[in-house]
Design a protein around this ligand. Sequence first.
Ligand code: DGL
Length: 280
Amino acid sequence: MVNGAQRVLVFDSGVGGLSVLDAIAASGRALELDYVADNAWLPYGLKSDAQLQQRVPALLTRLVEEWAPEAVVVACNTASTIALDPVRAALSVPVVGVVPPIKPAAALTRTGVIGLLATPATVQRAYTNDLIARFAGDKRIVRFGSAALVEAAERKLAGDDPGTAAITEAIDGLFGAPGGAEVDVVALACTHFPLLAAELAAAAPRSCVWMDSGEAIARRLTNVLTANEGQSRVRRVGFTNGDGARASVRAFERRGFSDFFHISDAPHFEVAPLAPTHTA
Ligand code: DGL
């Protein structure tokens, strides 16, 4: 640890958590940032609730033992909206989850119609419905669930063409749905989606506010920790699929990460340096 910096572990199924990590890194706190991508199980949006409730706490318990963070950020809406309680029960450090940005979207809409773009799991979760009932009960919500957008964001961050199919499908699904003509704020309730905000905005039929949770999570983390003002520093990344890591390593290197690890299968989740062939 350098200069009293506090260590934080950021978690997602893939590269989506980088949209949150970027906001944390910009928050001006002296933090050391580690990251774990459960890319062997990507996309989480197509996994069952029971699968995620079992796997996410088990994987994070192991990584917290290994890397001893002082806080964990579950930078994944799909995991947060179903597995936050078991994760908190399993860990002894504070856990910050991502909440679909329904409340700020409700505060901002002028038409009263909010678009909700999430994974197929998050878009219909009880957690999401509760948020809508609490904070946007008087608004109309137009929902669209997409796993293809998650894959498109993974491709983009690997340096490949994300393609237009997933973007077009999501835009049509939102703006072409009943009420869609009046959407003026879109809540991006998957951490992969802010990574495609430029593509989504360019494909949309008109200008909208594209709202994500990154800055709110960074603020929440600041409240949970006592970290001094300063610069954050990125450190280690663990991937559950070493071969799959090859493409995304570049996105992490661009942010300054240089230590890459492979995490073996459940139940042991052994952490070992990633073979150089995986990062070549
Ligand atoms: N990034 C994740 C989220 O915020 C999930 C992507 C996936 O389906 O794996 O929901």
